[in-house]
Ligand binder design. Structure first.
Ligand SMILES: Cc1ncc(COP(=O)(O)O)c(C=O)c1O
Length: 266
């Protein structure tokens, strides 16, 4: 088959296949060839392709109402926030993607740090937090960053799993550390227990927020509902997306209630 890519701006390198149908762990391409899907939409489909509950929820909602806006109460959004609160003790802000959830986390950390003049964020080399300008500023991979420099100031990078390198970057202007509990896009590198717990304890000691990017690790992917539970820590901010919507674009930033207070309606 010929692919009609002439009208698409070239950003992603694509494999020469287009899928037409999916069910559970299987996919079928436009020519009917069957595949086993080991990629699951890069960690989006934790319950598989076209899970009947996901399909029926989309069908039901789309036949009732597709959009209002954040100017009004959205009962399904409030219900999800309550469920997430019962699971995490955190309040939710909803958006459409992982990058946006990280944008919100960066903004919340800056708003929280502002009264004390704190705005710097420490991230890990080899990390991935998304392709929007703020999320990219937090992403420690030069190949994604180089074309868009200069990025947002205030970000610095230390090698993943190197506690002393992270410690040496912390100063009185540091408002947050952002980390993936398992680096995903960078090559599947789990955080050592001593490292993540060490960063967490330093953050508590120095009044720095710990943002955990669980866009890829969250919602059961690592064996617990949230990966941070496996490390026995309580991050201040957690970002989610991907499998939160089972393929529908939903992102969320979860924050401890006292941190969330740094945001107010505008
Ligand atoms: C850890 C992590 N954070 C953020 C993102 C960006 O999410 P999105 O593609 O939904 O913007 C990704 C995407 O792969 C990711 O793996």
């Amino acid at each position: 088959m010929r692919y009609k890519e002439d009208f698409i701006i070239k950003t992603y390198k694509r494999f020469p296949v287009a899928f037409a149908k999916g069910k559970g762990a299987k996919l079928w391409d436009v020519d009917g060839k069957e595949y086993i899907d080991f990629l699951s939409g890069i960690g989006v489909l934790n319950v598989g392709h076209c899970h009947p509950d996901v399909v029926s929820a989309i069908q039901k909602q789309s036949s009732l109402l597709i959009h209002t806006s954040n100017l009004f109460h959205i009962s399904s959004q409030e219900e999800l926030a309550e469920r997430l609160f019962k699971l995490t003790g955190m309040l939710s802000f909803f958006c459409n993607s992982g990058a946006e959830a990280n944008e919100a986390a960066i903004k919340l950390a800056r708003a929280y740090g502002k009264p004390k003049g704190k705005y710097k964020i420490i991230s890990a080399l080899n990390s991935f937090h998304g392709r929007t300008l703020g999320a990219l500023s937090a992403t420690g991979q030069e190949k994604y960053r180089e074309k868009f420099q200069p990025l947002i100031p205030g970000f610095s990078f230390a090698p993943f799993n190197d506690l002393s390198a992270f410690t040496s970057l912390m100063d009185d202007e540091t408002c947050a550390v952002i980390l993936e509990p398992v680096q995903g896009e960078g090559g599947v590198y789990p955080a050592d227990k001593d490292f993540l717990r060490g960063v967490y304890e330093l953050c508590l000691e120095k009044g720095i927020l710990l943002i955990l990017d669980e866009v890829q690790t969250g919602l059961g992917r690592c064996g617990a509902l949230f990966c941070y539970q496996l490390y026995d820590i309580k991050p201040h901010i957690v970002t989610l997306a991907k499998s939160l919507g089972g393929g529908v674009p939903i992102g969320a930033m979860l924050a401890q209630p006292d941190v969330a207070e740094a945001f107010s309606p505008r």
